[in-house]
Design a protein around this ligand. Sequence first.
Ligand code: NBY
Length: 832
Amino acid sequence: MKNQAKSQLATGAVAHLPTSDDLKNSIVRHLHGTLGTDINKASRQAWWSATCAAVNEYVFDGLRNTQRTHYEQNTRAVHYFSLEYLMGRLFSNNLHNLGAYDAAKQALAELGLNIADLEDQEEDMALGNGGLGRLAACFIDSMATLNYPAIGYGIHYEHGLFKQEFSDGRQIERPDSWREYGNPWEICRPESVQEISVYGYVETTYDLQGKMKKVWHPGRIIKGIPWDIPVVGYQGSSVNVLRLWESRASGFFNWDVFNSGGYIDASRENVEAETISKVLYPNDETDAGKELRLIQQYFFCSCSLKDIIRRYKRTYGDDWSQFGAQVAIQLNDTHPAIAIPELMRILVDRAEMGWDEAWNICQHVFAYTNHTLLPEALEKWSVRLFEKVLPRHLEIIYEINRRFLVEQVDVLWPGDNEKKRKLSIIEEGHEHMVRMGHLSVVGSFRVNGVAQIHSDLVKSDLFPEMVALWPDKFTNVTNGVTPRRWLKACNPRLSKLLDETVGVDWPRDLKQLKKLAAYADDAQIQDAFMAIKHQNKADLAQTVKELTGVSIDPHAMFDIQIKRLHEYKRQHLNLLHILALYRRILQNPDYDMVPRVFLFGAKAAPGYKLAKEIIYAINKVAEKINSDKRVKNRLKVVFMPNYRVTLAEKMIPAADVSEQISTAGKEASGTGNMKLALNGAITVGTLDGANIEIAEEVGADNISIFGLTVDEVKALHAKGYHSWDYYYADPEIKAILDWLETDYFTPGKPGELGAIKRSLLEGGDPYLVLADFRSYVDAHQKVDGWYRDKAGWAKKAILNTASVGKFTSDRSIEDYVERVWKLEACPVTAKP
Ligand code: NBY
């Protein structure tokens, strides 16, 4: 008998993990019975769908067992509210988490198929912009793995983040239609439909006892249809749910129009209702402040709250006394903050509860995570817009604010109008605005930042008075990433080496990696580790060739910056360094440097002009450098198109150097920094966000830190920063900026790359690029020296992987459980 690939032991919700024969039979069965085709003529797409269906037999089994257990145990649960989930592909992730990847690989091989080819059939599920959305995806993976009863709530966007193409070096956005050919991982649950209201007006009425009652007469009713995506915990522990709402016209309101011959008007209303979940806003960090966006936020919050309440009532009926004990809601930034007045509305207007009792419930339910200090990214909605879209919620916010100012602010600071002005949920400018951050802090029992320094700054710079009012409300939870996706699945070679050296428990106990430190000086392990890195680089080189046509040499140092394009993340600082190296090579043909390939991946928000100019400049400089014979392969520059989770999974395992170079105080945490260090890249970074904690873990010898600290940044701004001084004082800076303005990189078109220079000089260089330039170049010089010593570099790389066990999202989730949610794990056992 042939050797069947064994799957790992079933430990949780999934009763029987598949063998390769099980999967093979099931795949063929689905090819016939679900896809209606045959092994002789099935397309790759059909094979992929059939394989997903086969995997789903086990996933759904786990889902049923988990849901039954949660219902029977009646446990407290956390509800993660997020406008974004950047899931990426689910095929290999689900197989790995089921412990069935090898079995599937063998089954497919026996059917004459290569599993990697099938993986490439899947579109990324890109329902998010960047770090915030990916964090939500890592968190739901960890919550399932750790057996916490948890549901993720969000929007089922028809179009996720745009696809990026380059045309003559400039970013072009194309729509992303991830579900065009269906999505095998989701289940539509029409039986759990919800209806929500928007627009209209509020009527004040009085009952027979003379008691005032507010009645909202909505202008529009919209249906929310839930799609459930199973979230498979590692080794089949729990299978939780991500529930995403799709908007539909309610039908209800349109009949009159329809019957009176208004067919076109009626279908226009349909289109408008369906627009709500049509497309993800591509704004990273800055909020658009658009009506549709506010409706999106309200739509998913209202649907989700009603869903939670429906489930609660199944057990408790009209007894609300246990709601606060049973339900925790985590707000992923302020985007879902409208859930706070919505719950108040449901309790006060619908359940006819007194204000104090209702407010008390809210304050046991909501917790808020802040992801940014950038002033332009702190959400505000105009009172005018609120009044139009959510008139009743505006009244409730006014009342929350009135009580807050009278009962809290005026008690601590009697008669201090300046304090009231600063703390008011309503900002009084020439246009009155609702401050969603203030609302979130006032309405939550806990507020956290996403790295220690960021949480400290949230307290000291963003909400100092709120801290004076409620010191215990504020805490920190440093971000983390799931090692299942970001090491086990994306870097199988390194995973195997780790299994052999530190044992197989590291994917769910990442601190086990510490054992690897004992081998940091072991020549054999060093060779193995660097051979793996080299193979990963060779794989990436192939991808680069296919996607861009550029040839890169895996023997060169791979220096990678992957993240959204933003001035504060300073991709242009990286560019200035590249230009400095290029200029040195041209000035000195024998300039001695370790050959380097600089790789970028980044999307710019479509309306962010300067960000797009930076992409263009990098592409133009890349073209010139890559075709300049004088460089003799010491330098290559590649901007990878359409950066997304799937591309990250190919780039991260191949990185030697990780660029984490934000202006200190601006990057809340970062999570790419963690993924890169975990895969053995050495960080060149500022003392910002989680870089600080990474430096603490890996030690000063294994990271290259540069630049101003948060305090120095503040001091420099206070004293007055003049970027021109650096331009005149540093001839290299001057030469590079002037060079960018010539037509050297854009023949015949001088000034095409002038935007960067202008922003750094006339624009005042708000992110201190020129102030940090010299120390950045020095930090890279140091890295260049390190790389020349092969054994020394291997040791540093190994120590990076060995030292970053702290940054698993499992640890983040345990921190949330302890500091915020107070949940009990609920292990699931499969029914025999
Ligand atoms: O959240 C990121 C932070 O920049 C990063 O430092 C942190 O590690 C990560 C997870 O905590 N923030 C982020 O990704 N923000 C967004 O994607 C985003 C998206 C939309 C809007 C604002 C921010 N919006 O207002 O539309």
